[in-house]
Design a protein around this ligand. Sequence first.
Ligand code: SPV
Ligand code: MG
Length: 431
Amino acid sequence: MKTVYTCFCTDIIHEGHLNIIKQASKYGKVIIGALSDEALIRYNRFPTVSFDERLKLYKSLEHVEDVIVQKEIMYDNVLSVIRPDYVVHGKNWSIGPMKAIRNNVIEWLNKNGGELIEIDYTYSENAQKIDKILVEKLSMPEYRRKRLRQLLELCPIVKVLEAHSGLTGLIAEKTVVEHEGKLDQFDAMWISSLCDSTVRGKPDIELVDMSSRLRTIDDIMEVTTKPIILDGDTGGMAEHFVYNIRTLERMGVSAVIIEDKTGLKKNSLFGNEVKQTQDNIENFCFKIKAGKKAQLTEDFMIIARIESLILEHGINDALKRAYAYVEAGADGIMIHSRKEKPDEIFEFCDDFRKNNKHTPIVVVPTSFNSVKEEELASHGINIVIYANQLIRSAFPAMLDTAKKILINHRTKDIEDKLLPIKDIISLIDEL
Ligand code: SPV
Ligand code: MG
């Protein structure tokens, strides 16, 4: 009997999937590969059920002979083990980044023998409805809030992109790329105080109040499902911070990062060029403890950001603070630096990891921007935040457009640099 292989990563089976299995069974015994969580989150939406539940679901289906684990997005390794006579897939993978997966399968089949059967993917109204329900479910506070902790378990390094509006949220949510045979997307979003202030034409000095920050978060949440980390600046007074923790938790935010500064906060990238005061350990620990006490769920994270390197107080001061903040209950440590080289960041991480293996470490490599994620992860860093690059790329583009219109007295000359109107329309989903 011939074998037929197909790979699934869906949480819910609709008639489109059942049709694929039925068609596949006509060619031989059907083996389903259940794509691992680690692999599927690199290009698909986050699963709403556990991997074991997915396995059980696929096993229960009619015509399915066996279900195995497919660990990687690309099929070649699993195909070399199973050596099927046929690979079956819906025709929907011929466009977009998924094309790379298709190419990988075709290449393997050409080399090793076997045939690719592509089946019309029936995406009926009912299937679309199910899909929408899943997306809605992922965006609900109880699902979204815990996702950062889930990602920390799954990813070698969690990749976070700054978002400051519904539109930038959509970019963080939907951008998937294929590069050198790998698919990738961002895992979470960062609501930067710098960018949230800049889009309002305001300085980054805790001037934009919490109500406005929450409005930004809400705009983003309305159109996305990915988890959110809020830049909470200094956290304000401990007596206010506790109320904000409750609000953020209730909204479904996954984490807040507060920095150990006091008085008028200025952006860290100014360093000692402006007057900035670091809070003392005792006060800051009090704030962390108060926040942790106010928190109602296990999901939410309070991450303590250490400004010792920014203010040139040295690595020992940073380490002393890190241990104290963890002791006070911090769920993670962000260590910041404005040096172009990552040496002091790596020294801090290597030292911290000697005594603390598990507390997540967060970095914002705006200045030390030549380091790649893999190297960050090799020093025990768990979360990387690209904190301001979207707005920094948008600003020069907008300025250039404004200038060119003034110069040319028309817009024809810049049309090729502009997003076609039809692309904007397709970016934004309608209910
Ligand atoms: C932000 O994005 O607002 C941050 C990171 O706090 S930094 O600007 O590097 O201080
Ligand atoms: Mg900030």
